[in-house]
Structures are given as structure tokens and as C-alpha cells.
Design a protein around this ligand. Sequence first.
Ligand SMILES: [Zn+2]
Length: 300
Amino acid sequence: MPASPERPPVCNYEDSDYQASFWEQGGREYEDRAEATALRRLLPATGDLMLELGAGAGRNTQRYAGFKRVVLLDYSRTQLEQAQARLGRSERFIYVAADVYRMPFNAGLFDGATMIRTLHHMVEPQLALRQVRRVLQPAGIFILEYANKQNLKAIARYLLGRQAWNPFQHTYVEFAALNFDFHPVAIREWLEQSGFQVQRQLTVSHFRIDWLKRLVPTGLLVGMDSLASLTGDWWQLSPSVFVRSQAIGQGPAQPKPASESEFFCCLACGHAPLTEGAGGLTCPACGQAWEYRDGIYDFR
Ligand SMILES: [Zn+2]
């Protein structure tokens, strides 16, 4: 479907070997462990229903152990197939191929959401954040990771004249097609405008420098990063920042349905619930149908 104001272009990881090439063979154990530390500090101890936005191959999913169920959402079906191979098919994990800008969930369904290394690909970040707020219940927790343009490397390059864009300006920078770095002030403003209250910020991956990662044992680097993270509420100069926010204001809080088919509403007309049938879900009001195949819902 062509992009429109309601359907901005999506960075699609279909058929990508990102999990293997970037994470497993790409020398990124340090970044992965630094993210795990940040999540341990920010995640609620327990919860009912977590929405993992841009779940990819499920690298982080098992870190949400305090939540009874997790919905993995990704635009790419093949990424979700990789996640399913890793996590298995059970009532605990629900796999949904959908667009973050148009999510097929009832308002107020989730009590937790995460979006890690995903906003990075969004040309309409404010639209995405409003959608996240819509599907969270009041007081729900949202953990957002974003790529920070105001990092030390970018500042040094800018001051030395090796980089044209200004890391101190609040506008975002698209350094490659559908790859964006954001300014911390802009992110906080957008979160507040979308109905969130920022609770805590952790700066992450301070030592994302190849020669340092080769020289220093990973465990030591992760420990140093973990300490440096704690200044995240005061200044943000690392390439990656985690923000924990809480949904404020009014809104529906859906009782958590026993059956996952009751999570969804119609993308065409808004009707809920959808009717379960052979091969998928159908809207009884307008007749629109969506496929469910091999444990993956497809709402694209
Ligand atoms: Zn409908």
C-alpha cells in the first residue's frame, strides 16, 4: 500500500538476517548486555499484558518475565517467525504483524509497552507515540529507547567540522533512509504531548567504540556503562537512551481478556470484537478479514 499521511512509510525488516548478522556475529554482546541492564532497572516487577513494539526476532522478549503475556508486534512476518522459533508457540506469546501507526488493538488494552531500537526508523515519531498511548491503560508503563543525536561522538565530529548537522538542535536527523537520530528535549516534549509523564532516563552504550570493545573485557565495559547510566536523568550524551514513562490522563482500561482474539478491533471501522473463523479474524460490522497463519496474525 502506498504511503499516505495516515500510513507513513515503514522500515521493513522482511527477510532480513539482522538478528544473526547484527547481534550474533556483529560483535554486539556489549550493547545487548547494556540494554538488559537498563531493562532490569526500568521494568515493573510484574504485569499482565506487555506490548513489545518492533519486537524483531524476540531478542528482548524473555526479559519481560514479570508479565503474564507478551504481544510481539513487528511489521515483518519473517522477523516474527524467527521470534517464534526462539520462543515457541504458547499462550504466553502472541505474534502480530502490524504497522505501529495503525495498531489493531482495543484502546487501553496493555499495562506495559516497550519500543527498543524502533523509533529510530520512524518518520512520524509523534504519531507513533500517540498510538502507543492509545493502547495503554491509564498508569501503564512505557519504556522507550531512542537513538540520541546529542552524543559525544557526534558533538566531537561537529566541532571538528566533520559533520554537517548540529547535534544540539532539537530537530531530528535522518542520517540514512528511514534511520533517525533524535534530540532528548524533543523526545521528552513529544512524550508529554502524547499523554505520558517521564519518570526516569538511563543513558546506555556509552562505550560503543570498536577498539574499546576489543581491548576491555565485555563484563567490565557493561559494569562501567551501568554506572554511567545512572546520570541519565541529569544529562544525555550517550548514543542510546532509555526513558521510562507512565501513561497519564483518562482513558479506558480494558479488562485483560482470556482469549487473545478479544484483543483486537477492526482497522477499517473500529468495531470490536472480531469474529474468529477458519484462517483468521473477520469484522462482523464491515466484513474486513485478516489472516492468522502458523501462529501469526497479519494486520498489514
Ligand atoms: Zn470493520
